[in-house]
Design a protein around this ligand. Structure first.
Ligand SMILES: Nc1ncnc2c1ncn2[C@@H]1O[C@H](COP(=O)(O)OP(=O)(O)OP(=O)(O)O)[C@@H](O)[C@H]1O
Ligand SMILES: [Mg+2]
Length: 288
């Protein structure tokens, strides 16, 4: 699994992004926020990063777009060490987009419409395309009615959706989402996941930090678990979430569907792989 991605042709590609033994501490602090972090983000996959508060998820994301630089270790983009020279950094940030955990850190302009179009204009997109993309992303994030509302009049969930829309519209090659579903109501979460699946279907690599293990299990191809600034577990979602003895001390609750499935008698489960959605669960029960 580690450090390589099998392409559809079977060829071995370098990961899109890799952290090698990265350490970092915030200025004025003694504690390492990242402590020898080694992980890889394979191209074309959906990766979820789990870990309790303070485990280093957001700090890793801030390294993944070059806002923070490792004190030791290195970041690699498509197998090459990244450069922090201004031009290279600008190109890197066009390819890797981050939706911040706190939307207040992301939103710059006065209204959702202005904020989204500003990002697209900065990225050099044509005015015609800006109009099309903005209208489309506002609709898919359920923001059309709020397009011209002052941002400081929006609720936290509406701000979060606006921040998401602004980054999704830029269509980066690597999309990093820090707690994207926090503050979203169920309908908005469903819309977001549909939008992410559409974007992923167009070839974008998507990484999400989340405390919601039910979502990580249902959505992700791969799951990484961080603790104390390191990555302790990585692998396919059902495999990682089955490792209960290792997850328990890290404060990570296994997904409900997996818990229920594993509670069924082995004779009922048969040799079927664990279901990843309620529908799949019901279907499996119906066919046994
Ligand atoms: N701006 C900052 N200044 C100083 N220390 C910070 C800062 N941001 C984070 N830290 C510290 O770095 C460590 C990692 O924090 P980080 O925000 O990356 O964790 P996280 O996994 O994203 O947590 P959460 O689940 O709460 O979002 C923590 O010990 C935290 O206290
Ligand atoms: Mg965080």
């Amino acid at each position: 699994m580690r450090n390589t991605a099998e392409g559809k042709t079977g060829s071995t590609l370098p990961p899109l992004l890799e952290a090698r033994d990265v350490s970092f501490s915030y200025p004025g602090t003694r504690k390492d926020a990242l402590r020898g972090l080694t992980l890889s983000i394979p191209a074309g996959q959906k990766t979820a990063i789990c870990g309790h508060n303070g485990s280093g998820k957001s700090t890793f994301f801030l390294h993944a777009i070059g806002i923070h630089r490792p004190a030791a270790g290195a970041l690699l983009w498509k197998g090459q060490p990244v450069s922090y020279q201004a031009g290279a950094l600008r190109r890197w940030r066009q390819q890797a987009g981050l939706v911040f955990q706190d939307p207040e850190h992301q939103l710059i302009l006065n209204t959702p419409y202005e904020d989204i179009t500003y990002g697209l204009r900065n990225a050099g997109v044509s005015e015609e395309e800006i109009r099309l993309r903005t209208r489309s992303i506002l609709a898919s994030m359920g923001l059309t009615e709020l397009a011209d509302t002052p941002i400081h009049h929006l609720s936290l969930g509406q701000k979060k959706r606006t921040a998401l829309a602004g980054v999704l519209a830029l269509e980066p090659e690597l999309l990093l989402l820090d707690e994207p579903t926090a503050y979203l109501d169920p309908a908005s979460e469903r819309r977001l996941i549909e939008e992410l699946d559409r974007i992923h279907g167009s070839g974008v690599t998507v990484v999400m930090a989340t405390h919601d293990t039910n979502l990580a299990y249902a959505w992700a191809d791969r799951v990484l678990v961080m603790d104390g600034g390191r990555c302790l577990l990585e692998g396919p979602a059902p495999e990682v979430f089955s490792r209960k003895e290792e997850l328990h001390p890290l404060g990570i609750t296994p997904p409900l569907l997996l818990e229920l499935w594993e509670a069924l008698p082995a004779s009922v489960r048969g040799s079927a792989p664990p279901p990843r959605s309620t529908e799949a669960f019901k279907q499996l029960l119906g066919t046994v």
